[in-house]
Ligand binder design. Sequence first.
Ligand SMILES: Cc1cc2nc3c(=O)[nH]c(=O)nc-3n(C[C@H](O)[C@H](O)[C@H](O)COP(=O)(O)OP(=O)(O)OC[C@H]3O[C@@H](n4cnc5c(N)ncnc54)[C@H](O)[C@@H]3O)c2cc1C
Length: 213
Amino acid sequence: MEIYTASVNLLAITPNAEKLIEEAGRTCYLSLDRITEGSETNFIRRCIINGHHSILEHASASFRVLGASRAFTHQMVRHRLASFSQQSQRYVNEEEFNYIIPPSIADNDEAKKLYMQFMDNARQTYKMLRSMHIKKEDARFVLPNALESQIVISANFREWRHVFSLRLEKAAQWEIRNVCIQMLAILQKEAPSVFGDFIIDEATCTARSNIIK
Ligand SMILES: Cc1cc2nc3c(=O)[nH]c(=O)nc-3n(C[C@H](O)[C@H](O)[C@H](O)COP(=O)(O)OP(=O)(O)OC[C@H]3O[C@@H](n4cnc5c(N)ncnc54)[C@H](O)[C@@H]3O)c2cc1C
């Protein structure tokens, strides 16, 4: 089965995340008495502008990503301060693997035909190796980067901001931008004081912070 678009589910987020960040941050200044309804917004924004980003580490969010490729996950797992649990190619049988088709290939009939033939061949070769009692951990060497791979990603808010600033630049790859923009949109709703400075450009699937340093 072929897949074109990745989807993102928020699995968990720190409850009252912004209030927790404010309470932690105000401990630095012993200004807990200034906590009121809505006071977190200005406090958090000021801290971000001033570079006091460590307070954002008190809150975190976890996402499940479906329908993205192994090429995507390979880029994502480079973020060392995040935590990952990814579908194993040693333990999961990939005889009926799904794969992602990049839009540039999906939009080109000739390229798409060639690409799908290659995927069929890879699938057949994998199946034949398995039928020869080759272990999954070795048969997987013929699996393509296009393979769909499930992954759960957890990170604190400081790291998510870092991920978005790198992966939502126009220089970043289309698939990781596609996933990250979905995660950013969710976090902007959940924690607008922390993520609201990122301006999303849906047309180019990019985002950048409007904070000028
Ligand atoms: C457009 C683009 C193109 C890329 N191309 C390539 C490529 O061709 N080849 C390639 O190998 N990678 C490539 N990468 C991946 C890139 O080099 C990083 O590995 C990846 O973006 C993770 O970034 P990071 O290390 O800043 O983030 P994280 O690992 O998420 O770390 C967050 C921050 O923590 C700090 N930190 C973490 N670990 C350390 C440490 N050990 N020492 C000091 N500080 C640390 C740093 O400040 C870091 O920015 C590319 C990334 C992008 C966005």
